[in-house]
Write a protein that binds this ligand. Structure first.
Ligand SMILES: [Zn+2]
Length: 287
């Protein structure tokens, strides 16, 4: 595994191609592993931050995305304790970064310390033992600035160990690019990019398959897999037919569905959906 040629810009992670086995506290690296580029997962940090910390949850994650550390280091496997430790910190930082509610028991301490000096405020922070101080200029957004500094510090402590750099000569000018050493590094690198971006990506969970995705368009409602998009439209068509069967006019259905979906649904669409749903039910019954 150590001597595979490196493709420029491609981090390395390994995904289990069949369900991996827990041996006691250890999730063993199986013999059949598929190499993946963790940067291809555009919502990796969201998926890892929200992984269910159970044996099944972790096994499902490594089958879909990959193991945390294999790539940079090799061993027999990864322990449950390691997963809990790494995911808990990542989750706390991810939630704070993306303004999601903090879970119970996931302490993120960030407090201003008096007195102020020279128009600046000092803050104390403690996140699972990562503790220290940051100083920011006074002003209406000082809390936000202090938070960003703390997040930057914790993220950097990880990227400095888990991310390398390469010189890309494939473009007209040489270009330095970051390359995660493993999947965990890719998740922290993604959070570094998110923190540094002018607009935070709005990671969403697909209502059909449960996967996190990074919407390319603001109106995107599913992860983008064609089966999920098809399932969503089928649900819409059935909903339109249900309301229509209750005796609502197409205009009323359109209004009701516009508010349910948070997007503009026209009468014409409703008529098409109702007809499609009826056709489908008829053909379903005939089989
Ligand atoms: Zn989906």
């Amino acid at each position: 595994m150590a001597d595979e040629p490196r493709v420029i810009g491609e981090g390395r992670a390994y995904r289990a191609t069949s369900a991996p086995k827990w041996r006691g506290d250890l999730l063993e690296y199986p013999a059949d592993l598929e190499r993946v580029n963790p940067m291809d997962y555009k919502a990796l940090s969201a998926a890892l931050a929200n992984v269910e910390l159970t044996r099944e949850g972790i096994a499902g994650f490594v089958t879909k995305y990959g193991f945390l550390e294999i790539g940079a280091s090799e061993g027999k496997g990864e322990t449950f304790a390691k997963w809990r430790e790494e995911v808990t910190l990542l989750r706390i930082v991810w939630r704070r970064l993306h303004g999601r509610p903090q879970a119970e028991g996931e302490e993120f301490v960030l407090k201003p310390r008096e007195p102020r000096v020279d128009g600046r405020t000092a803050y104390y922070y403690d996140v699972l033992g990562y503790s220290g101080g940051v100083t920011v200029p006074d002003g209406p957004i000082r809390d936000r600035r202090a938070l960003e500094r703390v997040l930057a510090r914790i993220i950097s402590e990880h990227t400095i160990q888990l991310v390398g750099a390469q010189v890309d000569m494939s473009t007209s000018y040489p270009n330095v690019i970051f390359v995660p050493l493993n999947l965990l590094g890719a998740a922290w690198l993604q959070m570094a990019y998110d923190l540094a971006s002018s607009e935070l990506p709005d990671y969403r969970r697909c209502p059909e398959c449960g996967d996190f995705y990074h919407p390319v368009r603001t109106r995107q409602r599913t992860c983008g897999k064609s089966k999920c998009r098809a399932a969503m439209y089928e649900r819409r068509r059935d909903r339109a037919r249900e309301l229509s069967d209750e005796g609502m006019t197409p205009a009323k259905v359109a209004a009701a569905m516009s508010s349910e979906l948070g997007e503009n649904v026209t009468e014409r669409q409703v008529e098409d959906w109702v007809a499609a749903s009826r056709r489908r039910r008829k053909s379903g019954k005939a089989v």
